[in-house]
Design a protein around this ligand. Structure first.
Ligand code: ADP
Length: 375
């Protein structure tokens, strides 16, 4: 930890203070999910950089490999997570690390407001995923140092102890592109400075991340993106693992649909129907999740709603197509004719699978249907 606690001080907004208060005082014991959240942010930042590279955007250090490096310091009770992704400018840090960006976090906050029982609130943390802030379940202090991929922008540093405020400042040193998150662990979080512990958590939650993750220089994630594998070589356990990685649902999916289509559009999709379609716990106005869209293995956009109709909004999964240009912008995805064709194939696949289930196992199907009722 190099930084003095200098820089401009900002107060967190009220909703974040409330979230931080719940997180730091929660009885929720599954602290390890903070690592999943930080690695997932690092992976998103790398996805964004890969996307900008594919569109030919000018950037600093274009040759730097895309990876996530984690280092542990057991005696110092410290952990650092480094990514070589898109990074953040000072202003982006104030904005992005000062708002509730995750829709899961919004859902979480809504549930907390609806339900004032603190224990119940704690138990919802794992279910919704509270993003970056979950680091304060284990951290005494967090230092985020970041340098944006955009040329000519200074690096910046953000520091907070997770109470009411954070400081932020531009820094003169030529920090490398990407983001470093240094965590000074609380006494009760010091296990996360042990490399074996970190590796075990990563294997459990972050195995399918598509960039190398290195712990003290050693690569830990080995799983390929499952939808690209032949379905005959995939074991049910692997599908279940991928589903849980994607949704954080502790249960196994009701149905798994893995399709490889050549006409009228070429695409591969790996879809899941959760056991509880719309049960009391999961019913939300914005239940229409959408699917993650890849073009030739590059993530173009998460939660794309145009590939699955709203009434099948509970379906989760990924779609990968060769038929869209890599440099398609997220904005032009709407009303796209290829996505409409993908949607009509997927709709038929999902309805056929549900019909087959209704015939083969009416009890299971009815249980699913009853979970669809509004609370
Ligand atoms: P979410 O990841 O769902 O957007 P988070 O609270 O976890 O929500 O993160 C908030 C925002 O902070 C992200 O949307 C992103 O803009 C920014 N951010 C977090 N971590 C990183 C990172 N490692 N690199 C670049 N930006 C990041």
């Amino acid at each position: 930890m190099t930084a003095p606690n200098a820089g401009e001080t900002h107060e967190f907004r009220t909703e974040i203070r409330k979230l931080l208060d719940i997180i730091t005082h929660s009885i929720y014991t599954n602290h390890e999910i903070f690592l999943r959240e930080l690695v997932s942010n690092a992976s998103d930042a790398l996805d964004k950089l890969r996307f900008e590279t594919s569109r030919g955007t000018e950037m600093i250090e274009p040759e730097t490999p895309l990876e996530i490096r984690i280092s542990t310091d057991e005696s110092g009770k410290r952990l650092a997570i480094v990514d070589t992704g898109c990074g953040m400018t000072r202003d982006e840090m104030v904005e992005d690390l000062g708002t509730i960006a995750k829709s899961g976090t919004e859902d979480f906050m809504r549930s907390v407001t609806e339900n004032t029982d603190a224990d119940a609130a704690s138990n919802l943390i794992g279910r919704f995923g509270v993003g970056f802030y979950s680091v304060f379940m284990v951290a005494e202090k967090v230092i985020v140092t970041s340098r944006s991929y955009k040329p000519g922008v200074a690096a910046a540093r953000w520091i907070s102890d997770g109470s009411g405020s954070f400081t932020v400042e531009e820094i003169p040193d030529a920090a490398p592109r990407g983001t470093t998150i240094e965590i000074l662990l609380r006494e009760d979080g010091k296990d996360f400075a042990k490399p074996e512990k970190v590796k075990a958590v990563l294997t459990k939650h972050s195995n399918f991340i598509s960039f190398p993750i290195l712990v003290n220089g050693q690569k830990v994630n080995t799983m390929p993106a499952l939808w690209r594998e032949s379905k005959f070589s995939i074991k049910p356990e692997q599908y279940k693992e991928f589903y849980q990685f994607l949704t954080f649902d502790p249960e196994e999916p009701l149905l798994t649909i893995h399709v490889n289509v050549d006409a009228p559009v070429q695409f591969t999709a790996l879809l899941f129907i959760p056991k509880r379609g719309m049960g009391p716990m999961t019913y939300r106005e914005n239940l229409h999740h959408g699917l993650d869209l890849y073009v030739r293995r590059v993530l173009i956009s998460k939660d794309v709603k145009d590939v699955i109709p709203e009434y099948l909004g509970f379906v989760r999964g990924v779609v990968d197509t060769e038929d869209l240009p890599l440099n398609i912008s997220r904005e032009t995805l709407q009303e796209n004719v290829i996505l409409r064709k993908i949607q009509s194939v997927l709709t038929k696949q999902v309805l056929d699978k549900l019909k087959a289930l209704a015939k083969e196992d009416p009890a299971k199907y009815n249980e699913f249907l009853s979970s669809m009722a509004r609370p």
